[in-house]
Design a protein around this ligand. Structure first.
Ligand code: UDP
Length: 374
């Protein structure tokens, strides 16, 4: 390990790969390392029987940011997939996100006025004026019935916490519409990269030196000696040896099965919103690409993944930062330490301890590139 690089990028996920691409383009020498055996971080897709399996959880690219869309489409063509998950509450099926189809099924209402009146009535009964937590926010957006059947159980499984102890912003990710529109995202641009996310990230990293199964924190001094500057996209608390305490994350375990049938659930995502079903959702990966292979042939088999959410403990993969007040305060302390590390930039979902979507990660990486590579 004796080459000298301008930049060492720790983590070959989206943040690191955007930076590596831009740095190379700017004429800098870059080395990317990742402790996993694969590039692409949590957007990694693995080919099973011609199906791109989202190994670290389903990712649907969506954005309103034209700059980000123009950027990412340099590396892949996107299909026209629109995310429309179905909620399964003890066998009753509802459309998501919350829209006229959901309200009709829940209450029998037919017009937007009737739906609005029903939500208003339930909101009034609950007596909430200023929502202080996820439960109050949810009830004031969609009323008590939807909260009870479609939000409470799912959220408590997903976060391992009572809805009263979670921040309101989490539920604001979901649109509420008085139209018949099952599109989960309010985004102008949406889709799945044709060829899979791994290929897209490989295109970003084209010509960049990448070393896999390299654990930066295990040999930090050696790696630091390799480059002038480090772009670190791992967990910020791990970087500092958890010296101020552990930030909380949610981890996810996937049970993936290859089934000898063409269609298991008829949709990419079905959310199990009751408390009793142990998994939060089942992803049927082929529907992200319309159940067809690259030549347009129907695929005879299918791959499904059941998702189980758990509290992160050392050794697990961290997925979701738990952005509540307690963790926010601890993160601020780590951020102070991070600011004193002049040769290191901390970025991405884990480096900034932030529940980022893919487009926001790319936007944040591009902003950083503008400063860093100017
Ligand atoms: N959520 C819910 N019911 C659902 C789907 C989502 O209550 O059927 C809530 C839940 O609290 C979840 C949040 O909305 O954590 C955000 O959901 P999203 O689908 O955006 O989460 P992600 O896909 O990032 O896991």
């Amino acid at each position: 390990m004796n080459n000298h690089y301008d930049y060492l990028v720790v983590g070959a996920g989206l943040y690191g790969s955007v930076f590596a691409h831009e740095a190379k383009k700017a004429g800098k020498s870059v080395l990317v390392i990742d402790k996993r055996p694969n590039i692409a971080g949590n957007v990694f897709t693995e080919d099973i029987e011609g199906i791109h399996v989202h190994k670290y959880g389903a990712h649907i690219f969506h954005t309103n940011n034209k700059k980000v869309w123009n950027y990412i489409t340099q590396f892949a063509e996107f299909n026209r997939f629109t995310n429309s998950p179905v909620a399964n509450y003890h066998g009753e099926l509802y459309s998501l996100p919350f829209n006229m189809y959901t309200f009709n099924k829940m209450w029998g209402v037919v017009t937007p006025e009737e739906a609005e009146a029903k939500i208003e009535e339930q909101k009034r009964e609950a007596g909430i004026t200023e929502p202080k937590n996820l439960e109050e926010q949810a009830i004031s957006l969609v009323g008590k019935d939807i909260f009870e059947k479609l939000i409470k159980g799912y959220t408590e499984k997903q976060w391992g916490r009572d809805c009263k102890d979670l921040p309101a912003f989490i539920i604001k990710r979901l649109p509420v519409r008085l139209t018949f529109d099952n599109n989960y995202f309010n985004a102008l641009y949406q889709g799945i990269p044709v060829g899979g996310y791994t290929q897209m990230v490989a295109n970003m990293l084209d010509g960049v030196e990448v070393r896999l199964e390299e654990d930066y924190l295990e040999k930090k001094a050696e790696y630091d000696a390799l480059a002038d500057k480090v772009i670190y996209t791992g967990p910020i608390d791990a970087y500092f040896g958890y010296s101020m305490g552990y930030l909380e994350y949610r981890s996810v375990r996937f049970e993936t099965e290859l089934l000898d049938k063409p269609n298991f659930q008829g949709n990419a995502a079905v959310n199990y919103t009751d408390r009793e079903t142990p998994w939060t959702r089942i992803i049927e990966h082929k529907w992200f690409e319309f159940g067809r292979d690259a030549e347009g042939n129907d695929l005879p088999k299918t791959v499904i993944s059941r998702e189980y959410s758990s509290e992160w403990k050392p050794g697990d993969e961290p997925y979701y930062p738990v952005n509540d007040e307690k963790n926010g305060a601890l993160y601020e302390k780590y951020k102070e330490l991070a600011q004193a590390e002049k040769h290191v930039v901390f970025g991405g979902r884990l480096g900034e301890y932030k529940y980022y979507d893919m487009d926001a990660v790319i936007a944040s990486a591009l902003d950083m590139c503008e400063k860093e590579l100017a």
